[in-house]
Design a protein around this ligand. Structure first.
Ligand SMILES: [Zn+2]
Length: 86
C-alpha cells in the first residue's frame, strides 16, 4: 500500500509507540525513507517525546496537533479544509 503524507501523520504516534502492524510499519518506513517532510516531522515528534520522557505521563501541549497539522499543510502546500484527494 502506497501511503501519502497524511496517512503517515496518522500513523506517526503509533509508529513511535511501536503499536503498528508490521505491514503498516513497513509502509511508513518506506515513505519516511524518501519523504523529507515526514522524516523531519518524525524527528521533531521524537524530540518532544524525549523532552517529556521525564514526566512519565506524556501530554502534547494544548493545540500542538492543530498547529502541527497546519504547519504540515503549509509545508506540502495543501489547504487543510479541502477534501482529501484520491
Ligand atoms: Zn511524507
Amino acid at each position: 500500500m502506497e501511503l501519502n503524507c497524511r496517512h503517515v501523520w496518522e500513523f506517526l504516534s503509533g509508529y513511535l509507540d511501536d503499536t503498528l502492524d508490521a505491514a503498516v510499519r513497513e509502509d511508513v518506513e518506506r515513505h519516511l525513507a524518501h519523504c523529507e517532510v515526514c522524516s523531519a516531522i518524525l524527528d521533531s515528534t521524537r524530540n518532544i517525546l524525549v523532552l517529556t520522557a521525564d514526566d512519565r505521563v506524556f501530554e502534547l501541549p494544548v493545540g500542538f496537533s492543530d498547529r502541527l497539522h497546519a504547519r504540515l499543510n503549509e509545508l506540502i502546500g495543501e489547504d487543510p479544509t479541502s477534501p482529501e484527494k484520491t
